[in-house]
Design a protein around this ligand. Structure first.
Ligand SMILES: [Fe+2]
Length: 280
């Protein structure tokens, strides 16, 4: 059934959840066994349209891809319990070689610390750079620009061409900048795209670590997209929202989370008290 609720064990740690907030993406390489990748490819040859909701009626596909333990475990960590499974499925099936697509964020993108849904990509076939895999700009989910400017950009230095083997899954924040990269080989590229949805209020119920020191966590994205460390408060805002702490007001200056190089045991000014570890 489309859009049923699903629950499973969360797989991401505090550090990995922070990392997802920083990068806006998580690459799970070769997590779907080849048997199911081959089966998916055969199915897509029978259903060559851009919209392939029919594949969501296949139990083997639901188990191997949509409920894939590593992918669903990451989704469970980020969207909480009883998340909603995809309501539809798109296949980006392209005859290659083909020019690069324009940079874009998908329609309906908003900029928010909330994480109410995830956009996920599944590679049913080996997708080397010659077949034009997805290219993404890590950490760009917080970078605002006008769509008509973005479409004119050519190479973006921190852009990452996600050449990956069959069975790989990429979990992303919906508003991340992306495009189909240029392909040079003759062939047919398939890539499935679908969304999962939150149904539970956010809370810190992933694989938490009581020793994780939020005062010293690194919230920097490491990309040149942001001026004056301004990415760090954006990342912290999303992380606090995921922890169920609501809005986080950045105090500015050297307040948390600007300077992670603090002494062990020192709680930074401006850090929400709920993230404090308390006395050791
Ligand atoms: Fe897109």
């Amino acid at each position: 059934m489309l859009g049923q609720l699903y629950d499973c064990e969360p797989t991401l740690s505090d550090e990995q959840v922070v990392d997802f907030c920083r990068q806006g993406m998580l690459v799970l390489e070769r997590v779907v066994p080849d048997e199911f990748n081959r089966r998916a490819m055969a199915f897509l040859d029978d259903y060559p349209d851009n919209r392939v909701d029919e594949i969501l009626a296949e139990e083997w596909f639901m188990d191997a891809v949509i409920k894939n333990p590593q992918a669903a475990g990451a989704v469970r960590s980020l969207l909480g319990k009883d998340f909603r499974l995809p309501l539809g499925m798109s296949n980006h099936r392209v005859k290659t070689p083909e020019a690069a697509q324009g940079w874009h964020t998908d329609g309906g993108s908003i900029y928010t610390p909330r994480l109410d849904y995830l956009q996920v990509f599944y590679y049913p076939q080996d997708t080397p750079k010659e077949l034009g895999p997805l290219e993404v700009v890590p950490a760009s989910h917080f970078a605002r620009t006008k769509a008509n400017y973005m479409a004119h950009y050519d190479r973006i230095k921190p852009g990452m061409v996600t050449a990956l083997p069959a069975g790989s899954i990429i979990v992303t924040v919906y508003s991340i900048w992306h495009r189909r990269s240029r392909s040079t080989a003759a062939g047919l590229r398939n890539m499935l795209k679908y969304n999962y949805w939150r149904t539970s209020p956010p809370q810190r119920d992933w694989k938490t670590d009581p020793q994780f020191d939020f005062s010293r966590a690194n919230f920097a994205t490491g990309t040149p997209l942001f001026e004056g460390f301004r990415d760090r408060p954006y990342v912290a805002e999303m992380f606090c929202w995921l922890c169920g702490l609501g809005e986080f007001d950045f105090v500015g200056g050297q307040g948390w989370p600007i300077v992670p190089e603090t002494q062990p045991g020192v709680q930074q000014a401006g850090m929400p008290s709920a993230l404090s570890r308390g006395p050791a």
